[in-house]
Structures are given as structure tokens and as C-alpha cells.
Design a protein around this ligand. Structure first.
Ligand code: SF4
Ligand code: SF4
Length: 368
């Protein structure tokens, strides 16, 4: 469902947080920590990164204060919605051996609290839809993801200031949210255009002091969208899926690998990556242990270890796996590319490898 668009004054933003808390949600929103914008629990609008903007380049991220009174005039930091749904590390079960030698297993059932995330961006929602496909719409449903997803309310904010590393416009995933949120906000000079996309969102929104929106406010929103769509980076306009798959033996993989540190930063910040490892941690009593699931990366040495052999022992093979899966074979699994154009892997790569340049290098055939 999509409701009418309304307008609320900036002064209503605290009211929005209060209404969400009254409805039983823990609010999670953007705030500055350790010189980056991250998402964490939030109770007051004072915690939002007001008057802050970001500079992002390959391998570089910094924040500045400006004269703006806006709350959301920045592009995404390192986190997306992913850690709220597919947590970086969680205990799945525990085992215990009794004195008569019997071993019992106890699952750790998820019991997540309702969370309202404020400030999610279009690329984050596109990535969440991909993760929904992976965790909820395959043969086996992940109960941990499902429990968290069912308790998540999303208040998205349309992007007004994409970073130099963003390219969501060219993947078709942004900068404005089409669907998948509960409420969508667009920040204007004196307040927010707002629209509910679900009945839960409508209920929260109608607890605020809403005004009918005016034509000039709709025009301002269109201007923001048009400016935010003018992004510096884009993917090549070729059939990336099949061209990339035809370049598996290209020597250029070795050239990229000579720079790549195999650090896995790119997969850690990528909102669509879902690889994980599982391991058991025994207690010192020798009678019990806990089984954990933890994010893993295809850049790790152990990721392709099977029956005594590491299949992808070289960095060139790992970078190829990452890029070809994301942009080529992902289509066969999920019906689209695994990249939503958020640009995080470019900003947070310590050696400034740019995924748009890597793709172009192969599909433009400049390296032949
Ligand atoms: S591409 Fe960059 S971020 Fe990714 S593993 Fe290589 S060095 Fe690390
Ligand atoms: S591959 Fe890079 S740009 Fe694409 S979704 Fe992942 S982190 Fe974002």
C-alpha cells in the first residue's frame, strides 16, 4: 500500500521517536561515533548527525560540520540494515554432556525486540530485499533472520547528498525509495515530506501533526531527487553478467590481486554479502560447548577449504570469486546482480580498489 504524501515540521521529529517508543519499538538511528556515521539506539533528535556532511573517496572517509540545520545531509557510513537482521555473530545452540555420558542439544531461540530503524536509505532497502530472498525465500527459512525481520519497522530517508563513491542510480536501486519501507521521508528546508507504505507505518505517521503538502514542497522533493541522481560513478552499460563470466582466465585478475590485501573489508561492509562460517567453542569443563554462526568472507584463506584443499588459495582467485559472483552468477541465484551501488566497498577498501573500475576493466575489454 501507499498512502497520501503529507508534510510535518522539523519539530515533529522528536514526536516521531516518542510515538515509536510508545508503540513498543526500540529506535535505532544514525549518529556520529569514532568519526563515522553509524546506527545505534537513539532516544533524542539531539543524537542525530545534524549539520554534518561526509566526504567519501576510494579508500577514504571523513566527516565535516556545516551550517546546515538538516539531519540527513550525508551519505551512508559503513553500516546498513544487515547487522540488525543477520547479526555478525550469534549463538545457535549449546550442547552438554551429562554425568552418564548422554549429550543433549538446546537451540538458542531468537527472541528479538521490536526495532524501528530511522534513516535507512534506498540502497539499504534494496540490499535487504536480496537478503530476504536468501534467508526467507529459499528451501530452508532462517529462523533467526525471520524473527528479527518480523519485528523490524523501517523509516527510510531519501538520499539528498550521495557520496562520490555512490552509484545506486546506475544499478536502479536509488537514490529514492520506491517500496519496501514502512514510512519514507524526504527532508526539505523546514521539515519532511512523508508517506506511509504499510499499515503499521500509517498508524505511526498519523500520530504526528501532519499538514497537507504543497506543490512547492513536491517540486523541492523532485529537485532533490534529480540532483541526487547525478552521481559521479556508474556501472558500464553492457551485459555485465555474460561478459564478466567470459573473462575468467584474463590476466587482469592478477593485476588487481597485486594490490588487493585480501582483508575482507569489502565483504564486511557490503549489505548483500551473506557468507558465514560456523564453529563450536568448548567450555573449559570439557562437558559443554556452544555453536556459533559468524560472518565470513570469500577473501579469507579458510573460506574455500574443502577436504584438505584450499580451492582458492590465491588472492586473484578470491577477487575473481567476489566480483563474478556479485555481478554475474548472482543473477542465476536471485534474478538480479548482488550489487545495489552503495559504494561502501570502494570507500572502505584500504588500497582504494574501485568495484566500478574493476567491472569496467573486464566488460569494456580494455585489458585485452
Ligand atoms: S578489494 Fe580491498 S577491501 Fe576487498 S579484500 Fe581487497 S584490499 Fe580488502
Ligand atoms: S558490491 Fe560494493 S557497491 Fe555493491 S552493494 Fe556491495 S558494498 Fe555496495
Amino acid at each position: 500500500m501507499k498512502s497520501e504524501r503529507y508534510f510535518f515540521q522539523t519539530s515533529q521529529l522528536q514526536n516521531l521517536l516518542d510515538k515509536l517508543q510508545d508503540a513498543g519499538y526500540t529506535c535505532v538511528g544514525p549518529q556520529v561515533r569514532d568519526d563515522a556515521i553509524i546506527y545505534d539506539e537513539i532516544n533524542s533528535v539531539e543524537q542525530f548527525p545534524r549539520g554534518i556532511n561526509d566526504q567519501q573517496q576510494p579508500g577514504s572517509y571523513s566527516l565535516n560540520s556545516n551550517q546546515s540545520t538538516k539531519f540527513f545531509s550525508w551519505a551512508n557510513g559503513p553500516q546498513a540494515i544487515k547487522p540488525l537482521l543477520f547479526t555478525a555473530k550469534e549463538k545457535l545452540w549449546q550442547s552438554k554432556q551429562s554425568t552418564d555420558g548422554q549429550i543433549t542439544f538446546k537451540t538458542c531461540d531468537p527472541d528479538p525486540k521490536p526495532i524501528a530503524i530511522i534513516g535507512a536509505r534506498a540502497c539499504d532497502i534494496a540490499a535487504m530485499k536480496i537478503q530476504d530472498q536468501h534467508f526467507l525465500q529459499q528451501q530452508f527459512v532462517d529462523p533467526y533472520y525471520k524473527a528479527r525481520r518480523g519485528n523490524l519497522l523501517i523509516i527510510a530517508v531519501n538520499c539528498s547528498h550521495p557520496a562520490d563513491t555512490c552509484f545506486c542510480h546506475s544499478t536502479g536501486d536509488g537514490p529514492f525509495v520506491d517500496d519496501g519501507a514502512d514510512i519514507v521521508l524526504t527532508e526539505l528546508e523546514n521539515g519532511f515530506l512523508c508517506e506511509a507504505q504499510t499499515s503499521q507505518g500509517e498508524k505511526i505517521l498519523h500520530g504526528l501533526l501532519l499538514e497537507d503538502c504543497k506543490n512547492e514542497q513536491l517540486e523541492e522533493s523532485e529537485r532533490i531527487k534529480s540532483n541526487a541522481s547525478k552521481q559521479k560513478r556508474k556501472l558500464p552499460e553492457f551485459d555485465i553478467k555474460s561478459r564478466l563470466f567470459n573473462e575468467l582466465n584474463n590476466d587482469a585478475w592478477h593485476a588487481i590481486a597485486s594490490e588487493c590485501l585480501s582483508c575482507g573489508n569489502c565483504t564486511s561492509v557490503c549489505p548483500t554479502c551473506f557468507c558465514h562460517g560456523e564453529n563450536d567453542v568448548p567450555e573449559l569443563d570439557g562437558k559443554s560447548s556452544a555453536h556459533f554462526r559468524e560472518w565470513d568472507s570469500c577473501f579469507g584463506q579458510g573460506h574455500s577449504y574443502i577436504h584438505g584443499i584450499t580451492i582458492r588459495s590465491q588472492t586473484s582467485q578470491r577477487y575473481r570469486q567476489w566480483l563474478v559472483h556479485k555481478f554475474s552468477t548472482w543473477h542465476e541465484q536471485y534474478g538480479r546482480s548482488g550489487c545495489v551501488g552503495c559504494g561502501r566497498c570502494i570507500t572502505w577498501c584500504p588500497v582504494a580498489i574501485d568495484v566500478t573500475e574493476s567491472v569496467a576493466q573486464f566488460v569494456d575489454r580494455r585489458c585485452d
